[in-house]
Design a protein around this ligand. Sequence first.
Ligand code: NAD
Ligand code: G3P
Length: 334
Amino acid sequence: MSRRVAVLGTGSWGTAFALVLADAGADVVMWGRRPELCAAISAGQGNPVYLPGLPLPPAVTATTDPREALAGADLVVLGLPSSSMRSVLGDLAGDLPAGAPLVSLAKGLERGTRLRMSQVVVAATRAAPGRVAVLSGPNLAREVAERQPTASVVAAPDDAVAEEVAHACATAAFRPYTHHDVLGVELGGVVKNVVGLAVGMAEGLGYGDNAKASIITRGLAQTSRLAVALGAEPATLAGLAGMGDLVATCASPLSRNHQTGVQLGRGLDVEAAAAVVRQTAEGVRSAPEVLALAHGVGVEMPIVEQVVAVVRGEVSAREAGRALLARDRKHEAG
Ligand SMILES: NC(=O)c1ccc[n+]([C@@H]2O[C@H](COP(=O)([O-])OP(=O)(O)OC[C@H]3O[C@@H](n4cnc5c(N)ncnc54)[C@H](O)[C@@H]3O)[C@@H](O)[C@H]2O)c1
Ligand SMILES: O=P(O)(O)OC[C@H](O)CO
């Protein structure tokens, strides 16, 4: 019998990942709020809002009734933005199928609490932490939905859960690795969005590849410092969920964080940039939370600091760039 998977959220990534799960042999029922979008998905028209022009396999259907999506699911995938994770799961906690692994796809921190999404999932559902997994890596939704070759990381405290989730999403085009360092994998995905904003700003200002490579490299060094100070393993940040995702986000025009940064670099404020991009760019909300986390453990993150200042409208992207260049010189490894 096929595995039954519920995917909460009918945005770009939930939809692309639903396609992967179906390609791996699952029957997938997505839950979304918009009736016309769910009807289009179930009628075999794909997701015309978030992934126009890309068909979905017939094994992917969608409903506006979350209980219908969750009933009998062997696996529950959370394709929601971080800002909605707690409220949605709080409402649905009693309807989650007992024992099914819960997999977060989100790359953000909760505002105020600074919790990672695996922690929010546990807090909102009271699920055993061993049942919660995260999936992260260089996974631009559109490329995944086009079945372009992609690798990813499934991290969970319980190796058997990580293996079960990886097995459920392994296809000829999608190659999931397993990991035990949940904190490192999640933080890599969170902070790369903020660095992606900075690289986008450099691009919007008309700066070249030297500037972008410098931000990527220093951004990774600062991300690793923070993650290790919080308990992650250094090697995790050199892997797919660290360097891999940073490179994809900073290089690709498909990244919404990158696109948002470009608009900020061109002089738009955050609201105007969001209106142009029109999809979740987690880095905008996460940046102040990442900075607060860093302050809490005494880690300097100058790139994140400047992104926060731009997002808050305190400095322009050009002034932020100047401030980074004007910092006291130092030893690279310091
Ligand atoms: N798009 C990608 O390429 C990609 C890849 C990897 C990870 N992610 C991460 O996945 C998460 C989701 O991103 P996305 O790209 O799918 O975002 P999106 O903006 O494309 O879609 C978000 C979806 O969540 C739904 N949603 C929001 N609040 C809701 C609520 N309260 N109740 C029900 N539904 C709600 C929206 O209606 C929409 O369908 C983010 O954390 C993002 O960083 C995205
Ligand atoms: O579009 P973004 O900026 O949310 O990035 C998408 C994925 O996280 C890339 O791995």
